[in-house]
Ligand binder design. Structure first.
Ligand code: SF4
Length: 290
C-alpha cells in the first residue's frame, strides 16, 4: 500500500447509490444510508467504556448507534481509517465508511448470523455487513433462497436490501489487518455481542455461526450470559448443531457453517447447496434438553 497524499480522505466522493458526497472515513449523522449514529452518540474509547456503554444500551437501535462510533481498539481504529483513506484502486472514486460496521437486519429477528469481522474493502467500505464483496454475494444469495432476504445481492448501503427474521453481526465490528483479530480485540468487542444477544433473546430461535471464530465468540458470550449448553463444549464444524438454553427461555439452536470467505467458496470447500442445508437447519426443531 502506498502512502496517500495528505488529507486524501478529506476529498468528498459520491456515494455509489445516492450520489451524495462524503469524506472518508464518513462522519456520523451526515446522511450515509443506514448510518445509525449521530454526532452526539456516546463513544467507547477503551475496553471498560465498551463494557459500560454496551450494558447501558436501551434497545437495538441504541446499540447500533454506539457500535458505529466505537474507538476502543487502537490497532483496528488505525487500520480501518488507513484503508478508508488509501482505498483499493477499483474503489478509488468511492467514499469509504471507515468506521465499525453495525449489526444489520431485522430487530425482531429469530435468526442471528455471527461472522468474523468486516472485510477491509467490503463492509469497511460500504458500512454494511457482508456488503460489497464476494462473501456477501454468497451469504445474501443463500439468505434470499431461504426467505430471509428480499434480494440476492448486496452491493452498497441504500441498495434496497432488507432482511426479515434475520440479523447479521460480527464477532468484531472493525476490519482487522490480514483478517486476523487478536485475543484482546475479540475480548474487547464481546460486550457488544453480549448486549445484542440480551436484547434479541426473547424472540431468538437460532444462531448461524460462520466459521470457528464466530462459533467460539458466540459460545464465550453465551457462557458469560449463563446459557446452558452441552458438555463437553460443542465443537465447530460445518453442519454442527447444538442446543443452547438462555435462562428461563426455550432452547436456541446453534448451527455451524464454514465461513463464506473466498478461500472457502473459490476452492469448493463451501458450496451453495451446503449453505442451503445449514440455512434449512436453522428452522428445525430442537430437543428441549440443552
Ligand atoms: S472491534 Fe469492536 S471494540 Fe474494537 S474498536 Fe471495533 S467496534 Fe470497538
Amino acid at each position: 500500500m502506498t502512502v496517500p497524499p495528505p488529507n486524501a480522505g478529506a476529498t468528498p466522493l459520491p456515494h455509489p447509490v445516492t450520489g451524495q458526497s462524503f469524506v472518508s472515513p464518513v462522519p456520523p449523522g451526515t446522511g450515509w444510508p443506514g448510518d445509525p449514529s449521530a454526532p452526539d452518540t456516546p463513544v467507547a474509547t477503551d475496553t471498560q467504556s465498551v463494557v459500560d456503554l454496551a450494558a447501558d444500551c436501551a434497545d437495538l437501535e441504541d446499540l447500533q448507534a454506539r457500535v458505529g462510533m466505537c474507538r476502543a481498539c487502537p490497532r483496528l481504529l488505525a487500520w480501518r481509517e488507513q484503508v478508508a483513506v488509501h482505498k483499493r484502486a477499483a474503489y478509488a472514486d468511492e467514499p469509504y465508511w471507515g468506521r465499525p460496521v453495525p449489526p444489520f437486519g431485522d430487530p425482531a429477528a429469530r435468526v442471528l448470523v455471527v461472522g468474523l469481522a468486516p472485510a477491509a474493502h467490503g463492509g469497511n467500505r460500504t458500512g454494511r455487513m457482508f456488503t460489497g464483496d464476494r462473501s456477501g454475494d454468497w451469504l445474501y444469495a443463500a439468505l434470499h433462497r431461504a426467505g430471509y432476504a428480499n434480494q440476492p445481492d448486496s452491493r452498497a448501503a441504500g441498495d434496497g436490501l432488507a432482511l426479515a427474521g434475520a440479523r447479521i453481526v460480527a464477532a468484531a465490528r472493525c476490519a482487522p489487518p490480514r483478517n486476523v483479530l487478536t485475543a484482546q480485540e475479540r475480548a474487547t468487542c464481546a460486550p457488544w455481542l453480549r448486549r445484542e444477544l440480551e436484547l434479541l433473546t426473547p424472540g431468538l430461535t437460532a444462531i448461524l455461526a460462520l466459521g470457528g471464530v464466530g462459533w467460539d465468540a458466540l459460545l464465550r458470550v453465551t457462557d458469560d450470559l449463563g446459557w446452558q449448553r452441552p458438555k463437553p463444549r460443542p465443537r465447530f464444524g460445518h453442519g454442527a448443531v447444538a442446543a443452547l438454553r438462555p435462562p428461563g427461555r426455550a432452547p436456541v439452536r446453534l448451527v455451524g457453517s464454514y465461513h463464506v470467505s473466498q478461500q472457502n467458496t473459490f476452492t469448493g470447500r463451501l458450496t451453495a447447496s451446503m449453505l442451503d442445508e445449514v440455512c434449512s437447519a436453522l428452522e428445525g426443531q430442537i430437543s428441549s434438553e440443552a
